[in-house]
Design a protein around this ligand. Sequence first.
Ligand code: PBG
Ligand code: MG
Length: 325
Amino acid sequence: MLMNRRPRRNRQNEVIRNMVQETTLSLHDFIFPLFIIDGQNQRVPIHSMPGISRFSIDTLLEEIGACIDLGLKAFAPFPGMPEQLKDKYATESHNPDNLFARAIREVKKNFPDVVLVTDVAMDPYSSDGHDGIVENGEILNDETLEVLGKMALTQAQAGADIVAPSDMMDGRVGHIRRVLDENGFQKVAIMSYTAKYAGAFYGPFRDALDSAPKMGDKKTYQMNPANSREALIEAELDTAEGADYLMVKPALAYLDIIKLLRENSHLPIAAYNVSGEYAMVKAAAERGWIDGEKAMLETLISIKRAGADVILSYFAKEYAQYLKK
Ligand SMILES: NCc1[nH]cc(CCC(=O)O)c1CC(=O)O
Ligand SMILES: [Mg+2]
């Protein structure tokens, strides 16, 4: 048999395999999402996300300190609000002394070099559990932009480095850019959740923040999982409106979308390896059905290989710990 091409030659030992490896992960790629709640000395585990907890501001500082020691430097905090602070207009979201603003200030005071990517969306503060103002069962777009602008400004004033609108209202990147610039926050960047799909993989996150929609679903604003060309439309708009990063979310079921945006944009592409994707790996590993560590590494490298420059993942800390050992 004549075979002048034998791909296995380049797989024959670890040195060679490492030499020809096309994609590598680095801790610099990661943003670690963290959940914040009010109170003191709280570390409340999230049952559907083994290994992940909600922190009060004091323990959040400890957690971030521990992550910095492991080499992580960028964090995406999300606030969990008590029901009595929620209302139709998410008013609490732009209270300059709300839990989120206090947390941002404390983190930046204690760790000035950390990069904070802050979530701009109404749902944690909305009594309807939606990312927009609900009227007669409809999610209002332009009225919601007003709230998002105020929320982003409150976060910038508290010290956010990058604001990340995760709501999927049309025009919000342009509106937030304008509000930030008019208030002297030209340096605050926007990481837009550009192609955010409506689906089942956000379940554990909504458990963590008690933020599930009270009625209906998010299909009139988040994207249909069947669509990819539409992601290019969203990317064009966000780019024109001034986004500094384009994000795809979730990551694993949407690796093709990550690649599509990577090939069609010069902006950095972020991918959000969401709560449900984390929970799937953890649940199967707990049952002994898969090797959790190997599945984590394979998951993360697949997101990078697809073209993500930045990865938001609940695995970030575990990955950092893996690198240490
Ligand atoms: N603005 C909401 C928001 N921001 C981040 C997530 C999900 C993240 C995750 O599942 O890890 C969601 C959930 C949703 O759209 O319902
Ligand atoms: Mg959009």
